[in-house]
Design a protein around this ligand. Structure first.
Ligand code: PLP
Length: 344
C-alpha cells in the first residue's frame, strides 16, 4: 500500500486553506465586528457556528462508534465524492475505477473533474468483480468506487472482498454505504482502522430521513479527514441544517427501518406473482430492482395513478428494470393494486 500523502495532488498537499473569521476567533459572545455579517439578529444573520458543527460531528461520530477526528461532514455524500476527485486526481492524468451499474455521481464527478473513468461491469448476478477491478487499475489509478449495498442493484458485498480490495489496491478505495442501515451485512467502517487508504461514505439522506438537509459522511483515517477539511468550502453546512440534524438524530429510527425492511421482504416475495414481473433481485437496501416485461408500459401505468418509480431499463446491465423505492405500507399497497389493475 502506498503512503496516503503520495496519493494527494501536489497543489492540494501544499494548499494554504482559507481561514474564516470564525477560525480566527471561535467564540460567539461579544460584539462581533469580524465577519462583515449583518448585526441585526434574525436567527441566521451569523455564519454557522464552529462549535455547533463540532457538536454535530461528535454526535454522529458517537453514533458510528468512531473518534470525531475520523469523520468529515459534507453537503451530502455528493460533496464527498467530488472532494475525492479534487484531492486525489490530477485532471487529465489520473483515472478512477468504477463498477457499473452503480450510482451515477461517481461518473459525473469524474467527468466534471476531467478524470478518466474505467468502468468495470458487474455480471448478471451483480457479484463484485474483484479481479477485474484490480486489473482495470494502473499506476495512474487514484480512486476505486464500490457501492455496498449497491444502487440500483440492491445487493451488498462481503467484507472479505472489500478488505481484499483495500489491501491489494494501491490507491484510495471508496466504499459507499448509503444504504447500510437497511442491510444485515456488517459495515466496512472498522476496516478504516487497518487500512489508511479506505474511505467509507454514509449519509443522513436515506434511513435517517434527512435527504432535504444534505448531510453526507466520510469516515477515514484522520489524515484524509484533515485534507477534506482544507479543501471543502468554508461553512459547507448551514446553521439551520446543523440544528435540525442535531434534533432529528435524537429520534429513534429503528422502527421505521424495521418497517421498511419488512415491507421490502413482503414485496420481494409478492411481486413475482404478477405476470409482468420477470425477476426481483434480493435487496439489502430500501428499494427493489425488478425486471418486467414492458418497463415503459408499467412505468406509464403507474404514473397515471400517481405512483412514480425509477425507470432504469436504459441503464446497461439493468435492461427491462424498474427500481421501486419502498414506501409506507399504504403507499406500497397502492403500488400493488396499480400493478394488478395494469395486468388485468
Ligand atoms: C442516495 C445515495 C447517496 C446519498 O447522497 P447524498 O448526497 O448524501 O444525499 C449516496 N450514494 C448512493 C449510492 C446513493 O444512492
Amino acid at each position: 500500500m502506498k503512503d496516503i500523502k503520495s496519493l494527494v495532488r501536489g497543489n492540494i498537499a501544499s494548499l494554504e486553506p482559507y481561514s474564516t473569521a470564525r477560525d480566527e476567533y471561535k467564540g460567539e459572545l461579544g460584539i462581533l465586528l469580524d465577519a462583515n455579517e449583518s448585526p441585526f439578529g434574525n436567527g441566521v444573520n451569523r455564519y454557522p457556528s464552529t462549535s455547533l458543527k463540532e457538536q454535530l460531528r461528535s454526535r454522529v461520530a458517537d453514533l458510528k462508534g468512531i473518534p470525531a477526528g475520523k469523520l468529515f461532514l459534507g453537503n451530502g455524500s455528493d460533496e464527498v465524492i467530488d472532494l475525492c476527485y479534487r484531492v486525489f486526481c490530477e485532471p487529465g492524468r489520473d483515472n478512477a475505477v468504477i463498477m457499473t451499474p452503480s450510482y451515477g455521481m461517481y461518473s459525473v464527478c469524474a467527468d466534471i473533474n476531467n478524470v478518466e473513468r474505467r468502468m468495470v461491469p458487474l455480471d448478471e448476478a451483480f457479484t463484485l468483480p474483484v479481479a477485474e477491478l484490480l486489473q482495470a487499475a494502473d499506476s495512474r489509478t487514484r480512486l476505486m468506487f464500490i457501492c455496498s449495498p449497491n444502487n440500483p442493484t440492491g445487493n451488498a458485498y462481503n467484507l472479505e472482498a472489500i478488505e481484499f480490495l483495500a489491501q491489494s489496491f494501491n490507491g484510495i478505495l471508496v466504499v459507499d454505504e448509503a444504504y447500510i442501515d437497511f442491510s444485515p451485512k456488517p459495515s466496512a467502517v472498522p476496516l478504516t482502522r487497518k487500512y489508511p487508504n479506505l474511505i467509507v461514505m454514509q449519509t443522513l439522506s436515506k434511513a435517517w430521513g434527512m435527504a432535504g438537509l444534505r448531510i453526507g459522511l466520510a469516515i477515514a483515517n484522520p489524515d484524509i479527514i484533515s485534507i477534506f477539511k482544507k479543501v471543502k468550502y468554508p461553512y459547507n453546512i448551514g446553521t439551520d441544517t446543523i440544528a435540525l440534524a442535531l434534533d432529528y438524530l435524537q429520534r429513534d429510527i429503528r422502527p421505521q427501518v424495521e418497517t421498511i425492511i419488512a415491507e421490502r421482504e413482503r414485496l420481494a416475495a409478492l411481486l413475482p406473482s404478477f405476470k409482468c414481473v420477470e425477476k426481483v433481485w434480493p435487496s439489502d437496501a430500501n428499494f427493489l430492482l425488478v425486471k418486467v416485461s414492458d418497463p415503459r408500459g408499467l412505468y406509464n401505468a403507474l404514473l397515471r395513478q400517481g405512483v412514480i418509480v425509477r425507470d432504469r431499463s436504459g441503464v446497461k446491465g439493468c435492461e427491462g428494470c424498474l427500481r421501486l423505492t419502498i414506501g409506507t405500507p399504504e403507499e406500497n399497497l397502492k403500488l400493488e393494486k396499480t400493478i394488478a389493475e395494469y395486468e388485468s
